[in-house]
Design a protein around this ligand. Structure first.
Ligand code: NDP
Length: 400
């Protein structure tokens, strides 16, 4: 099955998507890399041109639906892979609706002024996508993304009932800088400085930022401090995994990272409230982003591994059952393969696989869906094949 993909964005994640599409010319016959800064698209094209996948580039401001519509009309893709920023989700979905083209992203829509991490705006498009006969696949990165596929796989093959899900996202990578974020700093810092939240017995329980801490001994990484955060897949899993009683999300942070973040927060650098500076309005967090290392530049410097997975408890055949499914990814191996570190790699590979599922017609039903709403098996097979092999543990240590 051959198809054409329009990739919007040319940052860290987009670079991996482009590499991975080019590794699969039997599916991605042609791609167009479109972003705000065309030089970044051209740099990617120059790196990968000459293979079987035909590559073109375009300049687009994806905040403007009309520009995206025109680009889609000119290029004629089967699917749009949105790996720009969450602020562009709705304008790109509108353009897909106007042109009848499938849509894939890796992060929920965010209004620029308030961090929300909610699906409501995108779920509101369900009927429109159904009527248009096209698929919107939401959150096809790693988390959200593979964590939802892992959960759907556990539900299909290992449980009659799932009672609790703990998603643990660990990064034991070291880039050698005193402080840097592994993906877009603005999105990353907004996520971490927000209140924590988890789902229990039908309710959402809020916790102050980074106030819940535990130690967990992760396979191939070792013991790490993990902190409870809210993460967007909790919202869709709470709806889609019937009968689940508790869902939590945990992420590792080093003491050094948290100390830097605390200071930046205390001095107001993580604020998204605009301020006046030298007669100009600036947003402190955006200014901070401008002075921090570009996540794309961390690739050659980062050593160590990531481990992201789901620890699940429930019942099977009337007996209690536990199951842990996870992927370990090596930063240096990712860099050797596609020139990016593991954070971009673990997001870009599932974005490519999501688009592949749609082009091949395997995950193709009109409407707006999160990844866990599809059959997980073909996606799980594709993870093993395309660089994110997963492992299982049937008696993991549990988080109390
Ligand atoms: P980067 O900041 O590296 O790249 C973002 C790209 O989007 C840049 O090329 C930028 O262009 C482009 N862009 C921004 N605004 C526009 C616009 N209005 N029109 C066109 N292009 C635009 O981000 P990442 O690659 O790190 O992240 C990409 C996405 O992946 C984000 O949405 C992020 O939240 C998500 N993500 C998801 C994860 C998951 O596991 N689900 C994990 C990590 C990230 P320019 O170069 O001109 O600024």
């Amino acid at each position: 099955m051959l198809g054409k993909a329009l990739i919007i964005g040319a940052g860290g994640v987009a670079s991996v998507v482009v590499h991975k599409c080019c590794q699969n010319p039997d599916v991605f016959e042609e791609i167009c890399i479109a972003s705000r800064t065309i030089a970044k698209c051209e740099a990617l094209k120059n790196k990968l041109d000459g293979g079987q996948t035909k590559i073109s580039v375009a300049q687009v401001d994806a905040d403007k639906t009309e520009e995206v519509i025109e680009l889609i009309k000119n290029f004629g893709p089967d699917v749009v892979i949105n790996v720009a920023l969450p602020y562009q989700d709705l304008t790109i979905m509108d353009a897909c609706l106007a042109t009848g083209v499938h849509y894939v992203d890796t992060a929920n829509y965010e209004p620029p002024d308030t961090p929300k991490f909610e699906y409501k705006w995108q779920w509101a498009y369900r009927e429109k996508f159904e009527k248009a006969g096209i698929t919107a696949l939401l959150g096809s990165g790693f988390d959200p993304g593979v964590t939802g596929v892992f959960t759907a796989y556990a539900q299909k093959h290992h449980f009659d009932e799932i009672h609790s899900i703990d998603i643990v996202d660990a990064n034991a990578g070291d880039h050698g800088y005193p402080f840097a974020t592994n993906f877009n700093p603005e999105i990353n810092i907004r996520e971490i400085t927000a209140n924590g939240r988890y789902y229990e017995e039908g309710k959402w329980i809020e916790t102050p930022p980074l106030s819940h801490k535990k130690e967990y001994d992760l396979p191939e990484i070792g013991p790490k401090n993990i902190y409870l955060l809210y993460h967007e897949e909790l919202e869709s899993l709470a709806v889609n995994i019937k009968g689940v009683k508790r869902i939590r999300f945990w992420m590792t942070f080093s003491d050094n990272y948290l100390n830097h973040l605390k200071v930046l927060e205390n001095v107001g650098m993580t604020s998204i409230e605009p301020i006046q500076f030298n007669g100009q309005e600036i947003i402190p967090l955006q200014f901070l982003q401008a002075i921090l290392p570009d996540p794309a530049s961390l690739g050659p410097r980062t050593k160590g591994k990531t481990n992201i997975g789901c620890i699940i408890q429930g019942t099977k055949d009337g007996k209690p059952k536990t199951y842990y499914v996870y992927n370990v990814c090596d930063h240096e191996e990712c860099y050797a393969e596609v020139g990016s570190q593991a954070i971009s790699y673990t997001t870009g590979v599932p974005a490519m696989i999501g688009a592949m599922m749609i082009i091949k017609g395997i995950w193709n039903k009109p409407g707006v869906y999160n990844v866990e709403e599809f059959d997980p098996d073909p996606f799980m097979d594709a993870l093993n094949k395309h660089g994110l092999p997963w492992q299982e543990d049937h008696s993991p240590t549990l988080l109390d």
